[in-house]
Ligand binder design. Structure first.
Ligand code: DHK
Length: 186
């Protein structure tokens, strides 16, 4: 299907370089600075043991480090006109606090790899359920092809989309999809 002007009509328009984000930028140019900055900020949260990426079970999680993932997230977000607030914690309560922070600051969206807390944390699920902004859950490994206890994620109940099995590239996919959701909301 084609839109006026010959541009393809595409559900993820605005999320990919092919369509550009001129219209969105023009709209944001008319907003006050603070509101515009918040509208562009996404949180990328990482749970326990992900600080050991690159050396921890590399046959499952790969050789990329958390610093590599952070770079990838910043680059992907920037390409899409977003700013990524990237964090990692080994502590459930700290992750809950950061989700509350994203809510209080009216972040545009949130990507989370809850790691081991995916399979155990009602507290993280409850915190995520308080967010109006879209949430994408990401797992580096294919959690459905591993031990049975990894198949269930509490967090998925609060997520608009779940990505797993793409290695750390899943973060770029998650941010790209999240940007499309944010643009679709207008
Ligand atoms: C990371 C972990 O640390 C595990 O506890 C999850 C997830 C899977 C991942 O694939 O990114 O089960």
């Amino acid at each position: 299907m084609a839109a006026a002007g010959g541009q393809p009509r595409f559900p993820f328009a605005g999320a990919f370089p092919i369509t550009g984000s001129g219209a969105v930028d023009a709209r944001r140019d008319q907003e006050p600075d603070a509101a515009r900055d918040m509208a562009k900020t996404i949180y990328v949260l990482n749970g326990p043991n992900l600080n050991l990426l690159g050396t921890r079970e590399p046959e499952i999680y790969g050789r990329a480090t958390l610093a590599d993932v952070e770079k990838l997230c910043h680059a992907t977000a920037e390409r899409l006109g977003l700013v990524a607030e990237f964090r990692q914690s080994n502590h459930e309560g700290e992750l809950v606090d950061w989700i509350h922070e994203a809510r209080a600051k009216q972040a545009a969206g949130l990507v989370i790899n809850p790691a081991g807390y995916s399979h155990s944390s009602v507290a993280i699920l409850d915190a995520l359920l308080t967010l109006a902004a879209p949430i994408v859950e990401v797992h580096i490994s294919n959690i459905h092809a591993r031990e049975p206890f990894r198949e269930h994620s509490y967090v998925s109940k609060a997520a608009r989309a779940v990505i797993c099995g793409f290695g750390v590239h899943g973060y770029a996919l998650a941010i790209t999809g999240l940007a499309a959701m944010i643009d679709a909301k207008g």
